[in-house]
Ligand binder design. Structure first.
Ligand code: FES
Ligand code: FES
Length: 134
């Protein structure tokens, strides 16, 4: 049912935990299943580069694998690049997800966007339109 990459990121997730001095924290919940995903980032204020990123996910194996992959995909990227990350790209980087598990990748995309929205809020800047997820 799952690709080798999904199994790898599920059994050996990258970037797990919290970042003590994170300046961007996103949290999203999945209404379909009640799972929760948190993403922590340390963003360089000068360059807008995501220098550190980590996650904590209470959820299914696919949610853990997609969080792990999403953190790998945004690490070292700029805010703009991270905002361009789609759930499809996360799923593709994992060599696909079963259709019933695609919503788990949506959670990962939303968690990244939620963290970046939090970054703007903390800086007292207006959160760009469409960035806040419910
Ligand atoms: Fe909750 Fe997936 S339904 S873990
Ligand atoms: Fe709920 Fe995967 S996030 S089933």
């Amino acid at each position: 049912m799952y690709s080798e990459k999904v199994m790898d990121h599920f059994s050996n997730p990258r970037n797990v935990g919290e970042i003590a001095d994170a300046n961007a924290i996103g949290e999203v919940g999945n209404p379909q299943c009640g799972d929760i995903m948190k993403i922590y980032m340390k963003i360089n204020d000068e360059t807008g580069v995501i220098e550190q990123v980590s996650f904590k996910t209470f959820g299914c194996g696919a949610a853990i694998a997609t969080s792990s992959m999403a953190t790998e995909l945004v690490k070292g990227k700029t805010i703009e690049e991270a905002l361009a990350l789609t759930n499809k790209a996360v799923a593709e980087a994992l060599d696909g997800l079963p259709p019933v598990k695609m919503h788990c990748s949506v959670l990962a995309e939303e968690a990244v966007r939620s963290a970046i929205a939090d970054y703007y809020e903390r800086r007292g800047e207006e959160v760009p339109q469409g960035l806040k997820c419910s």
